[in-house]
Design a protein around this ligand. Sequence first.
Ligand code: ME8
Length: 504
Amino acid sequence: MTRAYYVTTPIYYINGDPHIGHAYTTIVADVLARTARTRGDAFFLTGTDEHGQKVADAASAAGLSPQEWCDRLIPKWQNLFARFDISYDDFIRTTQLRHELVVQRVFERLRETGDVYLGKYEGWYCSNDETFWLESKLVNGRCPNPECGREVQWLSEDDWFFRLSKYRDRLLQHFLDNPHWVRPRSAYNEMVAMLREGLEDFSISRSSFDWGVPIPGGGGVIYVWFDALLNYISAIDWSRDDPRFHRYWPASVQLIGKEIMRFHTLVWPAVLWALGEEAPKLVFAHGWITLDGQKIGKSLGNAIDPFELIERFGSDGVRYFLLREGHFGSDFSYSEAKIAQRYNDELANDLGNLFRRTLSMLERYRNSLVPQPGDSVFPERFAELPSRVQELIADLRFRDALEAIWELVTALNRAIDERKPWELYKAGDVRALDALLYDLCEGLRWLAVMLAPFLPERTAIMWRQLGLESGLHDDWRETLVWGGLAADTQTSLGDALFPRLELA
Ligand code: ME8
């Protein structure tokens, strides 16, 4: 069976409104999925994590049942993703029956094999983080997560455990044999160090509250993290020998923020192995968007409202900033000044002006018709660019990919400045003018194709104004052959792609 590309994001807790951090991971996944689709079958999964104490607490504070609360919040999350042109193939909610049945089936299976067993759990529990902490890790008796620091509770209950310790050696070997399966390197190193210290079994049930998937046969609910991780396989119909499952699993890339890498790179592969399945091919634990040096998030109350950003910079303006600003993997800081500057300099000036200048010269000199191509240095100079950009994207180096694309933006702008089409026109140098105008249009067609995964909204407009219909999302190996734009194509000058922002 042909394997397909499968990319996932974390499923987000809906104990509140989405913020820019949630948009970030989802936009990155969208770029990967859109790029992969130009080459073949791809499946992009995102969704919401709806069980657990945090969501239950948020619901009760609002005077609603947890399910009512989730149902009320979902439209806002889905609307945000729609505003960002997120092309997910499936949006999973952990309260859906299709998911709950898989969680129960997994639990039953592992109870049969002995990987899930009944034991006693006693320990310090932080309900905000849904995490048990060792006494030695507490800071002044409180939750050691620097973003939290809340009081912890002593929990003592009969719990079901997952036999994580049994998989410790295999995990360590897997890390050593596959030095790139967890990226970036800092994440990999941290997890290897943790494995060397040893792993304890992992409690996977809760009897202190009831908002979760019921344990088959009774006795509480399944721990929200065990439930949540399984979304990645419940969405693709996990069960023995299901062809759909095997088409997508193991996932090509699982994107997460670095604060949840322990669950995704230690617990998750062990659970998969216990089920006889493979570990994902790559878990990428990216850095955080920070504000004044602190992680942007709900807990700190410094969340940036992504809807407001879209109002100001457009969805593509925000997407561009997030992908271009930091090296993917590292933290980077957000500020309104930074996003505005990139928007004006790079989108409005470099790209937007290039596009508008080209189409208005075409209108003035050639009735908006694409001329015949002539001699050009571009085909040779940029022949390797598309494959280089594809590789950088596949390697999750989005900033480098955009910089590579900008080499073409810069070259086209320079061609205008140096060859001064208005002078060629005055001098009546038809051949030179046509050759230049053709290169500009063809270069812009290339830019639209390569930028489509990053800027889906504006590149669709570029495409239409270039007089093109289908093909924007086709295989680059076929589309990006210099000369693909037919002479006499009717272009149409429209409004500015990225209207300049007046800055205070
Ligand atoms: O952890 N910068 O959900 P969550 C970058 N439900 N990315 C950020 C960010 C920031 N400042 N803040 C959040 C959960 N994110 C669990 C996951 S998965 C089986 C269960 C992104 O709502 C980043 O991807 O707390 C992070 O991992 C995720 O949102 C956490 O979302």
